[in-house]
Design a protein around this ligand. Structure first.
Ligand SMILES: Cc1cc2nc3c(=O)[nH]c(=O)nc-3n(C[C@H](O)[C@H](O)[C@H](O)COP(=O)(O)OP(=O)(O)OC[C@H]3O[C@@H](n4cnc5c(N)ncnc54)[C@H](O)[C@@H]3O)c2cc1C
Length: 422
């Protein structure tokens, strides 16, 4: 095991969460150190290119594969690193600090393995379901670990399905030996770049509801799959979140990432599964803060070596941002500690509060950092303006957008289950 203190010193940036204060395990220290070094040495320098050209960070994925990170949350028994949600989150935050688009797309890939791994282990399955699930997931894990395959999670359809309010419009009809998929997914990160699209679809049957959601891996090169539309957004440009069309796409039985009905059980019983987007934005928040401190100290190599730290008004702004960062980190860390099946109501509401806090504060931090650093800091030759644009996207991510978190926090604080005012 490398000495984490030596590594963090030699590699420049200090850990977002240091071992002693946050009581990380030796494995968490080793993995976050590795991620931070990768971020500093490789991802930070490339981030501008993915952003400027709106292209997928393929090179970064080669590095993630070489480091074993594609199998971060694949159970140890299946050959992966076996990281739990919290450990993944700590690693992803370090990546997000240097390249938001890489961290955000890494979330989609990792969640495919975490949900089919640790999460499903905690849910109620019959013995037969569990056995066939283990056979199916072993195929997916083998592709990832031994062939470097990447999985994505295109769920959104531009309707209320991704928010959990209606069944998915994408359909899966049972066929001999598999499923026939038809439908459309919008904002599909990694489109044209993932090898498998982990699609949520509704099983075709009478009276189908959200309980009949299937989670299926569609090979990107299957007949009937197409990527359409352009991708020229404000931020997170390297995610290449174009539109996917599925027209009579046949996929075999083993394409299942979870047995029928289990996605719905997971969404209800393992709500922290939807917090996996937050590490990216916590990383962005830290990245903006780090940049601002270096800039005010005159230590950003690409900027004039002029110190601006002596102005009292800037010191107050830095103090306020440090408070925002500490508040966000503490709440986030607590929520990651609490991630488990069947959390208490308090814990679930805290998870909404965390999602809201991290997504909104990331953007607030970036805009304050630009104001505090001044005009030069918003030039495209420096990373802060990219962090600012990327940070704006966090609050828009379903199913837990900032608005939906507010909506649930208010209602569920005031009403217990089943209560009405009639
Ligand atoms: C950079 C980026 C990458 C993305 N990658 C993916 C991906 O890989 N996979 C994927 O599935 N999706 C992805 N998304 C899509 C994202 O999760 C949302 O589906 C998308 O932003 C919704 O856009 P919309 O205009 O259709 O929003 P709408 O569905 O029209 O919602 C607009 C707003 O209304 C509010 N709202 C919506 N429904 C409700 C409700 N029931 N109650 C209260 N308020 C509500 C929300 O605040 C929402 O932000 C990505 C989005 C971005 C910006």
């Amino acid at each position: 095991m490398p000495d984490p203190n030596l590594l963090s010193e030699s590699s420049g940036d200090a850990p977002i969460f240091d071992q002693e204060s946050w009581q990380l395990t030796p494995e968490q220290v080793q993995l976050t150190t590795q991620a931070r070094e990768l971020g500093q040495s490789k991802f930070a320098g490339r981030a501008e290119l993915w952003d400027r050209e709106a292209i997928f960070p393929t090179e970064n994925y080669h590095d993630l594969d070489a480091a074993g990170f594609l199998g971060l949350c694949i159970p140890k028994s299946e050959g992966g690193i076996g990281a739990d949600l919290k450990t993944y989150a700590l690693v992803a935050a370090e990546i997000g600090r240097y390249c938001g688009a890489t961290a955000l797309t890494f979330n989609m890939h990792i969640s495919s393995t975490l949900w089919s791994g640790d999460l499903t282990n905690d849910l109620d399955l019959t013995d037969a379901e569990r056995e066939s699930h283990h056979q199916h997931r072993a195929l997916h894990y083998d592709r990832i670990l031994n062939q470097g395959k990447i999985y994505s999670q295109p769920f959104s359809e531009g309707n209320a399905a991704a928010a959990g309010k209606m069944p998915f419009g994408t359909s899966a009809r049972r066929m001999d030996g598999g499923w026939l998929i038809n439908g459309k997914k919008v904002f599909a990160s990694l489109s044209g770049h993932a090898h498998y699209y982990g699609v949520l679809a509704t099983e075709v049957k009478a009276g189908a509801s959200v309980r009949d959601t299937l989670y299926l891996a569609v090979p990107a090169d299957a007949e009937g799959v197409s990527v359409v539309g352009d991708w020229d957004p404000l931020g997170m440009r390297g995610t290449v979140s174009r539109t996917l069309i599925f027209e009579d796409v046949f996929i075999p039985q083993e394409a299942q990432l979870m047995p029928p009905g289990i996605y719905h059980q997971a969404a209800v019983r393992w709500p922290h599964m939807f917090t996996t987007l937050t590490p990216t934005y916590l990383g962005i928040m830290q990245g903006a803060f780090d940049f601002m401190v270096k800039y005010l100290r005159g230590e950003v190599p690409e900027a004039p070596p002029i110190k601006r730290r002596m102005h009292g008004v800037k010191q107050v702004a830095v103090a306020q941002m440090r408070i925002m960062l500490e508040q966000s980190k503490s709440l986030w860390f607590q929520t990651m500690n609490e991630a488990q099946v069947d959390p208490s109501k308090e814990s679930r509401l805290r998870a909404y509060a965390t999602q809201y806090t991290v997504m909104e504060n990331a953007n607030e931090m970036c805009q304050l950092a630009i104001r505090t650093c001044g005009g030069h800091s918003m030039l495209k030759s420096l990373p802060l303006e990219r962090l600012y644009r990327d940070s704006r996207c966090g609050a828009l991510m379903l199913p837990w957008t900032a608005e939906i978190c507010l909506d649930r926090l208010g209602r569920e604080t005031l009403y217990e289950k089943g209560e009405t005012d009639d």
